[in-house]
Design a protein around this ligand. Structure first.
Ligand SMILES: Cc1cc2nc3c(=O)[nH]c(=O)nc-3n(C[C@H](O)[C@H](O)[C@H](O)COP(=O)(O)OP(=O)(O)OC[C@H]3O[C@@H](n4cnc5c(N)ncnc54)[C@H](O)[C@@H]3O)c2cc1C
Length: 390
């Protein structure tokens, strides 16, 4: 469709899970008379469901990253590689790190979250946050290179945060490094993994059976689980100090704590929650600025708050697409209420997975992993474009 000069500007910020689906649906169902622009700080957006499996070496980079440019081409959208850094809400413009401000009629934000900044001394200098993902993967690759070159040298990895992200990272990091050690004929004992968690049990919000089973498996595999430990400092050389007096030396510390939102959102004058996330209603519109939509981790539904997890971002994709389209066409918006308990399939790094939904848990077993693998591969297949432009 040729866009007229009077066409509205729809600006999508971030190629997160919800926006990837929005673009896929625009590609399938033809975009309305609107100039659609995607601003993303990466060309290839990671898919969270397969990321732990990528750490383990089960999936190649391309298998768990969505190539945004061909997706935009198929959707009739322009792709700008840039980082959003602010909002000028008086003039409806998005401010970017490199390019000129971008005017919008309708804006949608799906920029994810990063582990919360911490006042713990040494965190900024000596730890690697699990997000942004490209930075995390670079550091992970450095570790793999080191172990491959010097498998004879013992290595200790510390993970701070015993939520799903930290637990999955512990399992999958161990799998990958032990594979390298095994190939080099070195004992698995050359690797030590420490997992620190402030609470008395891992994986808050999951079924009790899932929480205890995962802890048992971690311990059985020789991962040092430190519960009720409040990390109070990270010192040069990646030494971790805890309030209890526990002191652990490591070669690398991964910081996988609670999700947080960037400062530019808090400074934008959009209505935000206590944690700085954009408050949205059931139509996925900002509570303060109805021409602005938000989805995924960066948004908090005021009446239906849910955990910050990729599955919720995925589920918001279709309703976000419909409401963006309706909004551009001045049609009534639909309401969307997320399910209370979504099924989570958590990989244990050994091609098995455990199922968790509400108070019910099951596994781990290989069949659940196969099922998860199928779901994830089918999801990624949605974004395979037949004729990508060079
Ligand atoms: C280690 C770890 C493992 C996890 N494993 C799982 C799992 O197995 N299953 C699960 O459901 N959840 C998992 N999660 C949580 C999951 O990663 C998030 O809930 C999910 O990615 C949120 O999706 P999203 O669409 O909100 O944003 P994201 O997937 O984070 O995408 C946001 C995109 O926006 C881009 N972006 C960010 N800021 C800007 C900006 N200013 N300008 C332009 N572009 C920007 C980013 O580069 C990124 O591509 C995990 C999290 C961690 C830390």
């Amino acid at each position: 469709m040729t866009k007229s000069a009077a066409s509205k500007n729809l600006v999508l910020v971030g190629g997160g899970h919800s926006h990837a689906i929005v673009l896929e649906l625009f590609a399938k169902k033809a975009s309305p008379d609107a100039n659609i622009i995607l601003i993303s700080d990466v060309d290839r957006a990671p898919y969270s469901g397969m990321l732990p499996g990528h750490v383990a070496g089960f999936y190649r980079f391309e298998e768990c990253h969505i190539d945004l440019k061909p997706l935009c081409d198929a959707a009739g959208a322009k792709f700008y590689r840039d980082r959003a850094i602010g909002l000028d809400l008086e003039n409806n413009r998005l401010l970017c790190e490199n390019g000129d401000p971008i005017p919008f009629d309708v804006l949608s934000l799906d920029i994810g979250s990063t582990p919360a900044k911490s006042s713990v001394p040494g965190v900024e200098e000596y730890t690697t946050p699990a997000k942004p993902v490209p930075n995390f993967l670079q550091h992970w690759q450095n570790i793999l290179d080191r172990v491959s070159k010097h498998p004879e040298e013992p290595i200790a990895i510390a993970i701070v945060g015993g939520g799903a992200g930290g637990v999955e990272l512990a399992f999958n990091a161990q799998t990958r490094i032990q594979t390298i050690l095994e190939r080099a004929d070195r004992p698995p004992s050359n690797l030590t993994i420490h997992l620190f968690h402030r609470g008395s049990q891992l994986m808050e919000g999951h079924a009790p059976l899932v929480r205890t089973t995962l802890e048992q498996i971690l311990r059985k595999r020789g991962i040092d689980v430190h519960l009720n430990e409040n990390v109070t400092a990270i010192e040069p050389g990646c030494t971790i100090r805890c309030e209890s007096g526990l002191e652990v030396e490591s070669d690398r510390v991964f910081w996988v704590t609670q999700a947080s939102s960037p400062d530019w959102i808090a400074n934008s004058k959009l209505a935000t929650s206590d944690g700085g996330f954009i408050l949205i209603g059931e139509t996925l519109q900002s509570l303060s600025h109805p021409h602005i939509f938000a989805a995924g981790d960066i948004a908090t539904m005021q009446s239906h708050p849910r955990p910050k997890a990729g599955v919720f971002a995925v589920r918001q994709g279709q309703p976000l697409f419909e409401n963006l389209r309706n909004s551009l066409q001045n049609k009534a918006l639909k309401t969307y209420i997320p399910q209370k308990n979504l099924l989570a399939l958590i990989g244990t790094g050994d091609e098995r997975a455990i199922a968790s939904r509400g108070n019910i848990g099951f596994g781990p077993c290989g069949l659940l992993w196969k099922w998860k693998d199928r779901i994830d591969r089918d999801f990624m297949q949605r974004f395979e474009i037949d004729n990508p432009t060079p």
